[in-house]
Design a protein around this ligand. Sequence first.
Ligand code: ADP
Length: 500
Amino acid sequence: MEFKNKYVLAIDQGTTSSRVILFNNHGDIISLAQKAFQQYFPKPGWVEHDPNEIWYTQSSAITEAMAKIDTTSENIACIGIANQRETTIVWDRETGFPVYNAIVWQDRRTADYCEEMKAKGYAAMIQAKTGLIIDAYFSATKIRWILENVKGVRERAERGELCFGTVDCWLTWKLTRGKHFFTDITNASRTMLYNIHTHKWDDELLNLFDIPKSMMPDVKGSSEVYCDTSTEIFKTNIPISGMAGDQQSALFGQLCLEPGMTKTTYGTGCFMVMNTGEIPVQSQNNLLTTIAWKMGDKVTYALEGSVFVGGAAIQWLRDQLGLIKNASVTEEMAKSVQDNGGVYFVPALTGLAAPYWDQYARGAIIGITRGTSAAHIARAALEGICYQVYDVLKAMEKDIHSDLKEIRVDGGAVANNFLMQFQADISRCPVVRPRILETTAMGAAFLAGLGVGYWKNMDELKEQWTLDNIFKPEMDERTSGKLLTEWHKAVGRSLKWAVD
Ligand code: ADP
């Protein structure tokens, strides 16, 4: 079979499911399979996965995606991997057995330790080296927790018997039956142990967190032939040639290839990532600096900010308030009223993330009068998502001293046309919705396809990315300005609410 008639197999290993998409040479989705897996919550604030179940669900999704179109490994040109980031796995180099469950990015068990590190004054040094704000979110303190708390593990690690990896690293280890132990640079940049300027594991940080260097994987670029698979799930071996953390992969899948280009994902939370080119912009506005990808010798950086509650505010209206039957009805409800009727919904249900970083903020619905209807509340929830995204995008604009030209969007909630139009109106910037919204998997496919020459260059990729709709700003500036002033007044009322 001719190379170009083959498929690219994209692994999208997410927080709740392991997915596989097969793309053809035109970037069309040919097959998709998805397997959910168990979430473990051993204590409040703790979240774990079983690494073997991650592998098992991922490998069976691979088999199913190929079986659905009756294809075999001979017809797969290459494999790309996008993964949930920061999630931490430690396993035995000889046996491949994990020494503990995967500690998931959402897990807060090391939050107090992070507060101690901040109190000791390490924040500036860590931000300067890693681009990150000290937080339990990142891998470093999770590795340390395993070393400190699982019996015998520290001694084994000191003897060089153990490996640490994020999920990309674990999957390539499994796909090659332990022959290859490496991670890609985007995942490395989320560990809080990787120096994003020198492009090396940082000895000072490894010492600070008391992590033996022998545990750390090699770090590779995002698009190159790393190795071939060697696993019984394929009849023939396939090159693995693209890897990136999920948000970086989505940025690539959206083809945000030039500095200033930005994508926003509207899912449970909202994730904004901006390409800043070859310059690692250190944020003055509480955003993270991270590595977008490395192609050849060239490293591209990004600014990142997230919002905890995005689409989850709509879930809350449905599941907790019982105000709506399903998420999509909010579009008609919002359009059925002329404006928000003065109602603002600050969805700080789990505190506020960027740019406020206030874990004591709480949700507020404010401005309610006798005239307020369910439609106003639904509209306020959708508007609340857009205002939060606006605040992060503004912080990005301030950090790069330049205005956004457009926002590329993906995620489940972008089906809502009201949400998209309002985002464009309030941000005074076009919102661009692509036809294929599977941008995370698409990014992994693009990186892998470039790695083996399945696609020759970026221009060829640009032909794959097709538009669904552009939402242009229509609201006059006076109106959007007034809405934003009132929104910020409402945010002010919700900040520090839960402090005694
Ligand atoms: P995740 O990947 O985080 O699980 P998805 O990208 O699948 O999330 O998006 C699901 C989220 O989008 C849910 O929180 C849901 O409430 C929201 N959502 C889905 N459809 C709509 C819609 N038409 N309008 C508003 N919100 C929606």
